[in-house]
Design a binder for this molecule. Structure first.
Ligand code: G6P
Length: 421
């Protein structure tokens, strides 16, 4: 089996390599191919990965390429984890947001919009190469905004794709710690879109422990992860735990004030973390995953990815929360649009489970954000500036119509989006 990582020079890659070494018997991996357009980054990452592989006597080979053809040729799985424009572009998005008193977070608000516009065209180019060089491969998309990008891949190409985010699995692991069980003992009743989701039940050995969890959270602030700093009374009314990203919608002014008063943007902080990581990756004496990697938001993503691949390759029929086409699992959203939902995963793919009744509060927000996502995908597919403008003003965290044109022009200029007419 061959796995290809597009964006192999990502500082996250060694975590995936470590996971592949630890699960060496799970899927008969023969080759891991890294592809990145920035050879210096990729070589630093690959040399560290080779040290890890040597130390652990890995049985697969690691290859690197800057051209996609070599890397994709005969791949069985293609993981796409690119960041078009790097952290500099992320920083510009945040700044455009702050200059306009808007949320410019990398997936949410106008930051997610700008990132989607510069990223989706590149991801579609990658997918057309997938069609040419490895048409039967599964594409696993981590590229943010992950739900929207997966929506675009599915709408514009015939590539079989599953969108993935580390958050559902990470939350499950955290809950396993709270209830002193293994993550596999927990099933989440989970509904939403990527970064716009709610956990409605926490099933531990078949019993819903959400009410108990909320009682525990009421008496101790250490129970829920730090980013879920919602008042417990509010969670009890929702009867669900919202994703941390929903704070941008529920608590916009507070979050904006926090972003404004922060001495550094998240992009600047990540640049510092990456500098430290590359120093370690380039140091021949370093043969352990550096502690600094745990400071990245996506840490732990390899477990989510490898669990999913294992279930696909070995027909495990496990349940994974992933981004796939709705297929009527959530009534009230288009059948063919992408949702983040528990799926039964076997060798034929990820099959969404019926979400049952969805609270109108949750459905309304999902419909609103999905309308924005679909308009953004159409803007890219049609090269339409008009659709991009509509998308921007449809985003619940977007600008007032009177400011939208100027902001869109700023985004087009700072990202050189010449395809929008
Ligand atoms: C979370 C999200 C990812 C995102 C990451 C950002 O894990 O689920 O989608 O990429 O945070 O982390 P960073 O370290 O780049 O801020």
């Amino acid at each position: 089996m061959k796995i290809t990582i597009i964006g192999g020079g990502s500082t996250y890659t060694p975590e995936l390599v470590k996971g592949l070494i630890d699960n060496r018997d799970a899927f008969g991996l023969e080759e891991l191919a890294l592809q990145d357009i920035r050879p210096e980054r990729q070589e630093a990452v690959a040399s560290f990965c080779r040290r890890l592989m040597e130390k652990e006597k890995a049985s697969f080979s690691l290859t690197t390429a800057t051209d996609r053809k070599t890397a994709l040729n005969r791949a069985d799985f293609v993981i796409i984890q690119i960041r078009v424009g790097g952290q500099e572009a992320r920083n510009r998005d945040i700044r455009i947001g702050l200059d306009n008193s808007l949320i410019g977070q990398e997936t949410t608000g106008i930051g997610g919009f700008a990132k989607a516009l510069r990223t989706l065209p590149k991801v579609l180019e990658i997918c057309s190469d997938v069609v040419q060089y490895c048409p039967n491969a599964w594409v696993i998309n981590f590229t943010n905004p992950s739900g929207l990008i997966t929506e675009g891949i599915i709408k514009a190409t015939g590539v079989q794709t599953i969108g993935l985010c580390n958050i559902p699995y990470t939350f499950k692991k955290e809950l396993a710690g709270v209830f002193s069980v293994e993550p596999r003992d927990i099933e989440l009743d989970y509904v939403g879109l990527n970064h716009l989701s709610w956990v409605r039940k926490v099933m531990v050995h078949g019993k819903d422990r959400l009410p108990e969890l909320l009682e525990m959270a009421d008496s101790s602030s250490d129970i829920l992860p730090e980013e879920l700093d919602y008042p417990v009374a509010f969670l009890k009314i929702l009867k669900a735990i919202p994703s941390g990203y929903l704070r941008y919608y529920y608590d916009t002014s507070r979050l904006l004030a926090e972003l404004k008063s922060s001495p550094k943007t998240r992009a600047q902080t990540v640049m510092e973390i990456e500098k430290e990581l590359f120093e370690k990756y380039n140091d021949p004496g370093v043969i352990e995953i550096p502690e600094a990697l745990s400071k990245r938001g996506g840490a732990g993503y390899s477990e989510a990815a490898l669990g999913l691949i294992d279930s696909l390759v070995n027909n495990k029929r496990e349940i994974h929360v992933v981004n796939v086409q709705n297929n009527n699992s959530i009534q009230g959203l288009p059948e063919d649009s992408v949702v983040e939902i528990p799926c039964l995963v076997n060798s034929y793919g990820a099959h969404p489970l019926d979400a049952g009744d969805v609270n109108p509060h949750q459905l309304a927000l999902m419909q609103h954000v999905k309308a924005y996502e679909l308009l953004t995908v159409q803007a890219v597919m049609e090269g339409s500036r008009e659709k991009a403008l509509l998308a921007l003003i449809t985003n619940p965290l977007g600008p007032e119509a009177s400011k939208a044109l100027t902001i869109l022009d700023d985004i087009i200029k700072s990202n050189q989006l010449d395809f929008l007419h």
